[in-house]
Ligand binder design. Structure first.
Ligand SMILES: Cc1ncc(COP(=O)(O)O)c(C=O)c1O
Length: 440
């Protein structure tokens, strides 16, 4: 029995040993397999995550210019309207968000019954609504044309206004100081239809295209055409005729008026501008230019611009302008931007006074029919002059101090004056004024 028992125990022990070893092996195998599974699951998850990141990166927008530090080079050469970003990060930004499904906006055509067949009806509607509420330009009886920025519409207008058959190109002029891009855009393709001819005040003749920029880039001046010939043509570039830059004093009704979301809402990257054109034939010719130049204008960009303009106008319809002082301006683009610009101009004037070697154009004010109060003008650019005799080239002088500006000669003016963007980020603007204040 004992033997039996012993044998039995030994046998049992042996069986237990075998079973134990099998269990152990199975357990080890299970752990191993589980480990393998976990490892491969983790690897798969990681792969998936990295795929997602890559996918997101593929559609994520660029972040624009790099951030600045106190010792950075500050670039205020372009009127890049990044100042507006904080407004659009606010409550109203959500309502201007737009998702475009893949199957939409595929056709070349937007509105085949319209003279401008690539104009999105919602964009046209919001443009008209915006002008009605601001009261800066009449749209009644005007054709609305859309362009890839107002830059494209400027070229379309030159094409439309230039006589098609003429011995010599027509002269394109603008009073000095003029927007530095006009000469380049006019002469870029060396057209036989039109040619840059400089300062409108120095022009002698009856046939011309005068470009009137008001408020003027670079100096903020409010302008009317300086030339008065009956056969002369005029293009009004009203990129800055919005309440944040100047009091709105008149509902303008010129033959060709150019506007852009770049300066109105700050969405320069959307590349959308519009023209209000009185004459049908001129509108048709401008449209022809756009057809041949780019076969229309991005519908995606137009829809985005429409959504943004809609958010601006809705903001004002929900909150009357008279309540801005109590209700705040987080939903009122022009009030927000005017407050911000006013504060920047005050800071700049203080810095100029502290330095004592610079001067700025006089501050001007007027009654604004939009906000129904007296408001000062806050140009999008500072036209800064150096009064120090030794400084002959202000652009170079500022560059030595790591401030990049655009020198006066590009605007048909002298080297003692420069144009400086007032619509850049808070950080860049802050560093710029701090540096300026200490210059002697
Ligand atoms: C006076 C003026 N007109 C037109 C433009 C061009 O605007 P867009 O971005 O719509 O091409 C600018 C841009 O700085 C400008 O200052």
């Amino acid at each position: 029995m004992a033997k039996d028992n012993g044998d039995g125990l030994a046998a049992i022990a042996g069986r237990i040993g075998v079973v134990g070893s099998v269990v152990l092996n199975v357990a080890t195998l299970a752990i191993y397999l589980r480990g393998r599974f976990l490892l491969s699951a983790a690897a798969a998850a990681e792969k998936q995550a990295s795929k997602k990141v890559k996918k997101a990166a593929a559609v994520a927008p660029s972040s624009g210019k790099p951030p600045v530090l106190p010792d950075s080079v500050i670039v205020l050469d372009h009127g890049d309207p990044t100042m507006f970003e904080t407004f659009w990060r606010g409550p109203i930004g959500e309502s201007a968000t737009l998702v475009i499904p893949a199957w939409q906006t595929m056709s070349y055509f937007s509105d085949v019954g319209n003279l401008c067949w690539f104009l999105e009806p919602s964009f046209e509607r919001e443009v008209r609504r915006l002008h009605r509420i601001v009261g800066n330009a009449t749209t009644e009886g005007y054709h609305v044309l859309v362009g890839t920025g107002s830059s494209q519409l400027f070229q379309a207008a030159l094409y439309a206004l230039a006589p098609p058959t003429s011995d010599a190109p027509i002269s394109v002029v603008s009073p000095t100081p003029f927007y530095s891009m006009y000469p380049f855009m006019t002469d870029f393709l060396n057209s036989g239809l039109y040619r840059w001819a400089g300062d409108a005040n120095a022009f002698d003749g009856n046939d011309y295209i005068e470009v009137v920029c008001s408020p003027n880039n670079p100096d903020g001046g409010i302008h009317e055409a300086v030339l008065k010939s009956k056969s002369g043509k005029t293009i009004y570039d009203l990129a800055y005729y919005w309440p944040q830059y100047t009091p709105i004093t008149h509902m303008l009704a010129h033959d060709i008026m150019l506007f852009t979301v770049s300066k109105c809402t700050g969405h320069a990257g959307t590349r959308i501008g519009w023209a209000l054109v009185k004459d049908k034939e001129v509108a048709q010719k401008m449209n022809k230019f756009m057809e041949l130049n780019t076969i229309g204008v991005s519908k995606d960009a137009q829809l985005r611009a429409a959504k943004i303009l809609e958010a601006v106008v809705d903001g004002y319809e929900r909150q009357p302008t008279t309540t801005a002082a109590v209700g705040g301006d987080a939903n009122l683009l022009f009030h927000y931007a005017r407050r911000k610009m006013t504060s920047r101009w005050r800071t700049l004037r203080d810095a100029v006074a502290a330095s004592d070697i610079f001067s700025l154009p006089e501050e001007v004010a007027g009654f604004c029919t939009f906000t129904k109060d007296t408001a000062i003008a806050n140009p999008a650019f500072a036209w800064l002059r150096c009064e120090k005799q030794e400084v002959e080239d202000l652009e170079s002088f500022l560059r030595e101090n790591k401030i990049i500006t655009r020198g006066g000669t590009k605007f048909g003016a002298g080297r003692k004056v420069v144009r400086i963007s007032m619509v850049d980020t808070d950080e860049a603007f802050g560093i710029f004024v701090d540096r300026l204040a200490t210059m002697k």
